[in-house]
Design a protein around this ligand. Structure first.
Ligand code: 5RP
Length: 265
């Protein structure tokens, strides 16, 4: 891997632990003002000290993040369909590589929609984004299994989608956890896999168990949104997640810290 590309990627996946806690706040690009992300700055600012990277759109970077903040940006560069549309897979690359470089992004991210009506376009777009990424030493994160494909997120489907993303040249892949078989998903994907949290889970214990199981199965980390900032204690939750991802805490230990008030870790 080229030096600049490795350097950018190592800003996101910490070389000291080989893991990452990315904070996903890009939801507005198709969901609008999602609950608890209505005023992005208010939600995001307190969490920045605990995030290894922010997954975010250029609009929210420019309006809601202090440019003096030294948090790596994983820039969501795809879009084109809203939640009102039956078919969420009709996306294109909407933010240029030039703009990503201007923002000083550490990576760019786009969704692919394997098995959906616009599968072909999303895959071709991924190939083109990787071509540009290689030219600019910009890592590409492929996001798989969003939208209707969520219904099919068993190990077989996720292995297919993640592997295809890696074969197209994505430098890391974001997908959902599944049980059984997530270890096989990770094993058959030759680039690092980060796990999305998905819609808010019922309890904090569920979130921490998901995190622990993902890391145990070989994931490089999480790229989590709603289960952090929709929780009653977002800072406590991201700290608890960090303790699992970076310090090897069990879900129980992390939950104990969370309940005991603001992670000792
Ligand atoms: C949407 C995304 C989101 O960033 C992703 O869903 C992660 O957030 P959450 O943990 O809330 O699911 O990529 O396309």
């Amino acid at each position: 891997m080229e030096w600049g590309l490795r350097n950018r990627l190592s800003r996101i996946i910490r070389p000291t632990t080989g893991h990452t806690v990315m904070l996903a706040v890009d939801h507005g690009y198709f969901l609008g003002p999602t609950r608890r992300l209505e005023v992005p700055r208010k939600t995001i600012e307190p969490l920045i000290p605990y995030a290894d990277a922010l997954m975010i759109t250029r609009g929210v970077v420019r309006t809601s993040i202090d440019p003096r903040t030294n948090v790596p940006i994983v820039l969501r560069v795809s879009g084109g369909a809203s939640v009102l549309n039956e078919d969420l897979s009709h996306e294109a690359v909407t933010t240029s590589m030039k703009d990503a470089v201007r923002i000083n992004a550490s990576a760019v991210a786009m969704s692919i929609f394997v098995g959906a009506p616009h599968e072909h376009d999303s895959l071709v777009n991924l190939g083109e984004l990787v071509n540009l990424g290689e030219e600019h030493s910009m890592p590409v994160l492929a996001v798989t299994a969003v939208g209707k494909e969520l219904e099919k997120r068993d190990a077989r489907y996720l292995s297919l989608a993640c592997r295809m993303a890696a074969e197209f040249g994505a430098h890391f892949v974001k997908t959902y956890y599944c049980d059984p078989g997530f270890d096989k998903v990770v094993e058959s994907c030759p680039v690092p896999v980060v796990v999305a949290g998905g819609p808010k889970l019922e309890t904090a214990a569920d979130v921490l168990e998901l995190t622990h199981a993902s890391i145990g199965a070989g994931a490089a980390g999480v790229d989590m949104g709603r289960n952090i900032w929709q929780s009653d204690d977002p800072v406590g939750m991201i700290r608890a997640v960090r303790s699992i991802v970076h310090e090897g805490a069990t879900a129980k230990e992390a939950l104990g810290d969370l309940k005991g008030g603001k992670g000792k870790r």
